[in-house]
Design a protein around this ligand. Structure first.
Ligand SMILES: NC(=O)c1ccc[n+]([C@@H]2O[C@H](COP(=O)([O-])OP(=O)(O)OC[C@H]3O[C@@H](n4cnc5c(N)ncnc54)[C@H](OP(=O)(O)O)[C@@H]3O)[C@@H](O)[C@H]2O)c1
Length: 276
């Protein structure tokens, strides 16, 4: 169905300095909407490349940073129509041996970080309306070897969104989770890897992570996500709980996850990641 832009939306996108967030910010801005994109270090960004939208400082791991940024924004604009909770990062390493500080960073950024933004925008949006998109991952539907904590952070978001949708029934705000497969972004380069040659999982971990990184580097173009988010933001239809998006074989893998017996799915994927 063809979309018609009837109003100028105020759009807040966390993690807009790179990858999916940046592509989405540029896409909405080029369509004429007012975009506020967050970064921990807006001063480091090449302004020429992104003069289409405004950067605001936010570190999603810091309560004060999130709350102050949202409050300052709400003093400038009447309401935020669309929020895209996208800021995130990944760690890799074995469940048993990954140091606790890596795990804390993972959960604090992806889960708590999303939660901080969500709780900060909800009072206004619950009253004035809008749509919230949480960027999850296909790894939030299917565990991956040596990215267990990343998967856990994204599985947690799935439960959060499912629960929140019930609680928001009757209010004019909708929420959905977007589950990207592999996309070519800065995500691979920013991954925090725990690798130690003395670790009993070292070889398997290195091999499995190399397969994932190769998939990411040959992944889809984030424009696909920007287009989907734009379509959903403007649609008059009720949002579904989740939208899986990515290359055909990855969407097929999600389909297999739903229909195959768990042990068969596990067997197939252990072969794919060469861990069995
Ligand atoms: N790429 C993929 O294959 C893939 C697949 C599934 C899901 N995802 C999800 O998609 C989202 C975006 O990732 P991407 O692939 O676009 O990666 P990216 O290119 O590395 O971008 C990550 C963004 O998150 C921001 N960020 C990181 N830590 C932050 C923090 N503590 N506070 C605020 N902002 C922070 C970064 O901004 P600053 O550094 O400027 O602060 C950056 O703009 C993530 O949630 C990721 O888990 C990605």
């Amino acid at each position: 169905m063809k979309q018609k832009v009837t109003q100028k939306l105020n759009v807040l996108i966390t993690g807009a300095s790179s990858g999916i967030g940046n592509m989405t910010a540029v896409y909405f801005a080029k369509k004429g909407h007012t975009v506020f994109g967050t970064s921990r270090n807006p001063e480091k960004i090449d302004k020429k490349a992104d003069e289409l939208f405004s950067y605001i400082r936010m570190d999603v791991t810091d309560d004060a940073s999130v709350n102050e940024t949202i409050q300052t924004l709400l003093q400038k604009i009447e309401k935020i129509d669309i929020v895209i909770c996208n800021a995130g990062m990944g760690i890799s390493g074995p469940i048993e041996t990954t140091p606790i500080e890596y795990i804390e960073k993972q959960i604090n950024t992806n889960f708590w970080g999303t939660l901080r933004v969500l709780r900060s925008v909800l009072p206004g949006m619950r009253e004035k309306g809008g749509k919230i998109f949480i960027i999850g991952s296909m790894a939030g539907r299917a565990g991956i070897p040596f990215q267990g904590y990343y998967a856990a952070s994204k599985f947690a978001l799935e439960g959060l969104v499912e629960s929140l949708r019930y609680e928001l029934m009757g209010f004019p705000v909708q929420v959905a989770i977007i589950e990207p497969g592999d996309f070519r972004t800065g995500f691979t380069g920013s991954r925090l890897k725990f690798e130690d040659e003395r670790d009993p999982y070292f070889k398997k971990c290195k091999q499995a992570v190399a397969i994932m990184e190769n998939d990411e580097q040959h992944g889809a173009n984030p424009i696909v996500l920007a287009q989907l988010l734009y379509k959903l933001a403007l649609s008059n239809r009720k949002l579904k709980v989740r939208y899986s998006v990515g290359m055909l074989f990855q969407r097929f893998a999600m389909f297999l996850k739903r229909i195959l017996p768990c042990n068969l799915y596990e067997y197939l994927f252990s072969k794919y990641y060469k861990v069995s």
